[in-house]
Design a protein around this ligand. Sequence first.
Ligand code: HAM
Length: 424
Amino acid sequence: MEPLRAVRGMNDVLPGETPSWQRLEAAFSRMAGLHGFCEVRTPYVEPTALFARAIGETTDVVEKEMYSFVHHDDALTLRPEGTAGAARAYIEHKVHDREPVTRWWYIGPMFRAERPARGRYRQFFQAGMEIFGDPGPACDAELIDMLMGFLGTIGVREAEVLLNSLGEGESRARYRDALRAFLLPHQDALSVDSRRRLDTNPLRILDSKSEQDQEIVKTAPTILEHLSDADRAHFDGLRRLLDGLGTPYRVEPRLVRGLDYYTRTLFEIQGAKDKLGAQAALLGGGRYDGMIESLGGPATPAIGFAAGIERLLVAADPPAVKRVVDVLVCPLGQAALSKGLELGRELRRSGTATEVECRGASMKSMLRRANALGASIAVVVGDAELSAGIVQMKELAAHSQQAVPRDQIVALVARRVAELGGAS
Ligand code: HAM
């Protein structure tokens, strides 16, 4: 029978890789805690209408990439990103009534039916943060500065911040008209999607994936030329703060990113272009000052970002960690098995990561397994030795063996594991 395979674009993370994931997630939650963020966990499934309203009907994500289904009479969608769900939860639980500024972080799987490629999957993990209630630009600068520091600590080198401002309503309306006027004479050369969006959402044409569209928009007017005084002051303020912090960035006036909710500050951090190619956006984020109100909450400024964990791992390229346990207990013969299980239990209670070889294997194969597990010590429990009240402790790297009284083995192993730099 043909074995079944995972869904295309959805990956298994095997135990060889999970330590790197765990370390990255721990580093992220540590950084979040240091900056006053609390973890939020929202459902993986939300009403389809939430994403249509928050992300925008005419975005690629909503038009083409959502895993949507109807269950009984409910139109539901596997979340393609975390911001809409966080905003819904913020409003639903009236968090705005309890605190003037809310800082949330999350890590979890997101789902988009995109064409799979290196760094682009259909189930992928995002680590993100959202700040509600702070209009910036100081917290915008703090967020970007924090992210550059974080990328450094996880080993991502040559990361680059791309920065833009999308302005608010008035600036956007002016820019929309200017962009449309620029694109109209080119409409026959635009892709089918972009021609359609000329009327509905011309900004989306700026981040069209079609090469011919990209060629045309290269010379398009930029939004920075159309910012209102207030939007310009916000953007200049952000730039001054970043300059003051010594955080480098490149202004990219045609950066729009694929979600309609952004206002004012917009940023992307790229890295590992040699390995990720077109998927070099390690993370993206920005302000979405209109979303909370548009979803039925009180007018509340907001900013956030999300990083793709798979991309961060490619960029950071963390070394593999093999160690699984410190000690393998090797019972010699069936009769010693229950004594071996007992010793295993005691070792773990003392904090030593221990596995007991339960299969009744030969000495040679047990020692081979101890090495494969990355154990530093094997404790051999044999019937004859036990009746004499001893066990054999083998240190694998040194190829040494010593007889140890049974009542001293737990403390001795714990000490030797610590001296050898064990995992537990
Ligand atoms: P996004 O730019 O759509 O923004 O995604 C953020 C990051 O998620 C990307 O930079 C990338 O690292 C990763 N990512 C996106 N799609 C994929 C994929 N198909 N495969 C692998 N990784 C992917 C958002 O999702 C916004 N919610 C960010 C945000 C939070 N803005 C404000 N708050």
